[in-house]
Design a protein around this ligand. Sequence first.
Ligand code: F6P
Length: 344
Amino acid sequence: MKIGLLTSGGDCPGLNAVIRGAVLNGVKTYDDEFVGFRDGWRGLVEDDIMDLPRTKVRGLARTGGTILGTSRTNPYDGPHGGPENISIVLEKNQIDAVVAIGGEGTLAGARRLADAGLPVVGVPKTIDNDLNGTDYTFGFDTAVQIATDAMDRLRTTGESHHRCMVAEVMGRHVGWIALHSGMAAGAHAVLIPEQQVPMTQVAEWAKEVHDRGRSPLVVVAEGFIPEGFDEVMHDKGVEKDGRPRLGGIGEYVTREIEKLTGIETRNTTLGHIQRGGSPTSFDRVLATRFGMNVVDLVHDKEWGKMVALHGTDVVRVGFHEALDSGLKEVPQDRWEEAKTLFGR
Ligand code: F6P
């Protein structure tokens, strides 16, 4: 078969490992040929394609980013978007299947195309770990590790100066990165989009910690909304698709803690550092397995499905099943569990 791969949406450590896993399994097991669409759906709708021979994927598992490039282009946008034109591109290049590697937006586009009868399957990807249908997505473990390392560093400088340190991490709709990195680093408060907490409570947690001689560490996900506010705080404008460009809540939380407690407080926003660089070994293994397994899915012609991790098994899940129930939020019991560690 001739299989086309694309990586779409925000990049994520492990994308290259998926590409390598797919090419190696396809070439070795099925004698497949591979091509890559440049910059996500854009490459497919605009017929911008590169060859992906086995030599191109050498040593890729340990590299960050994506050799295919990525964008947030929607496959239905623009003069060439939509299933009819995409079918023409596939036929012209004699491509038998499309593997879309991406997060919720990408997989929603893939679902629409598969529903329209196109041979499309998916691989779930997001550092936020917010996709239902899979226990974990690759990239999440790397982001948590990067954030944890950063917080370990914040703690030593915080302790030296007897300051409160605030770390803002990614997490637009869900707080998985904040919860896991915060717990790993021994944070004294973790603020996530799923839970509205009043700033007076955050200040109280910080004060309790300071009063017992420690330097408080507060972790805040970029999508956290303090109690009393209606929507997420952002002052960096919006993207072309109307999505607010997040980042800034850490500064607000910092100012409020300092105002309410008198403790000198500093903010650090980790931003895209969490998405860059080499994947952890966990993410390399998960991404490689996803890549290998999605090629088997293609050969079984199970269009409209994606690979997913259930426990330690890689399984197949329909796009509808994975997407229809919304995003995977941090459940109440995980929040309550973490809360025991906050404050005093
Ligand atoms: O991939 C998801 C995500 O990391 C969000 O947590 C974050 O809000 C967003 O990407 C940032 O996207 P961009 O790279 O377009 O600024």
